[in-house]
Design a protein around this ligand. Structure first.
Ligand SMILES: C[S@@+](CC[C@H](N)C(=O)[O-])C[C@H]1O[C@@H](n2cnc3c(N)ncnc32)[C@H](O)[C@@H]1O
Length: 239
């Protein structure tokens, strides 16, 4: 069975998220750099690197990023903008040597796509295992508290999106996932489905994976993370 994230993250995805651009990526990378105090030459794994916008900013900051993604369409885009090594792989089975990274990043909700909490926990453990002792793990995830208070529990009317698309968001029947239905102008339909982990749940999962969270932010400007924040951005270190 093809899972939704195997088919949706393609060139159509990029057309629908034009505001998720290089400037936004540079802002986030700068915030991460300020708080991790990374130094030139650090090896940084970007899990779910997509079109490579963060890899570009990381290279610009003097780091040595490695981009990893499942989507060959998005990796092709990344190849056009960065000279960083790019790996096509599933984040559930990372082909990266344990302890080889100074930092590992999961940016712009590149997590929460799987069926079970066990699979998510195992994926996090795989990501954190790539870190050397003292290496940084950064998780930039949707803020589940904010999503739950803004998204209707049942599907409402479609609203217009980019490029003639129509969208609607709602919660799954068990309230554990947020679903975004994406009707493209040419009639194709995709569903994004993301597990609503609250920031405190993410932090507990990270602790179980050996990461102590030291910094928490609610947006890319570095505001405090509260229930109404747009993002849940956690930065922590491996033991
Ligand atoms: C929301 S996009 C974010 C992309 C990128 N981080 C950015 O901010 O532009 C999520 C990314 O995760 C990738 N992805 C989804 N499932 C994956 C998996 N199982 N293994 C590796 N990458 C995956 C997608 O192909 C996509 O590039």
């Amino acid at each position: 069975m093809t899972e939704w994230f195997q088919s949706w993250f393609n060139d159509d995805y990029l057309l629908l998220y034009p505001h998720r651009n290089a400037a936004e990526a540079a802002q986030l990378v700068s915030l991460i750099g300020e708080h991790t105090q990374w130094t030139s030459g650090w090896r940084v794994l970007d899990v779910g690197c997509g079109p490579g916008r963060h890899a570009v900013a990381l290279e610009g900051a003097g780091l040595r990023p490695v981009g990893l993604d499942l989507s060959s369409a998005l990796l092709r885009r990344a190849r056009q903008v960065t000279s960083a090594p790019l790996v096509r792989a599933d984040m559930r089975r990372l082909p990266i040597r344990a302890g080889s990274m100074d930092a590992c990043l999961s940016l712009f909700t590149s997590f929460g796509y799987f069926e079970s909490d066990e699979e998510h926990a195992a994926t996090l453990a795989g990501m954190t295992a790539t870190l050397r002792p003292g290496g940084w793990f950064v998780m930039d995830f949707l803020n589940a508290a904010q999503v739950r208070s803004h998204v209707a529990p049942v599907a409402g009317p479609l609203v217009p999106g980019e490029r003639g698309s129509h969208l609607r968001k709602y919660l799954s029947a068990d309230q554990r996932y947020v679903i975004k239905e994406i009707h493209l102008a040419d009639g194709r339909l995709f569903n994004e489905r993301v597990r609503l982990y609250h920031a405190t749940e993410l932090e507990a999962m990270l602790a179980a994976a050996g990461i102590t969270v030291e910094q928490r932010f609610g947006d890319y400007q570095g505001a405090r993370c509260i229930d109404g924040s747009p993002r849940a951005l956690l930065m922590g270190r491996a033991a």
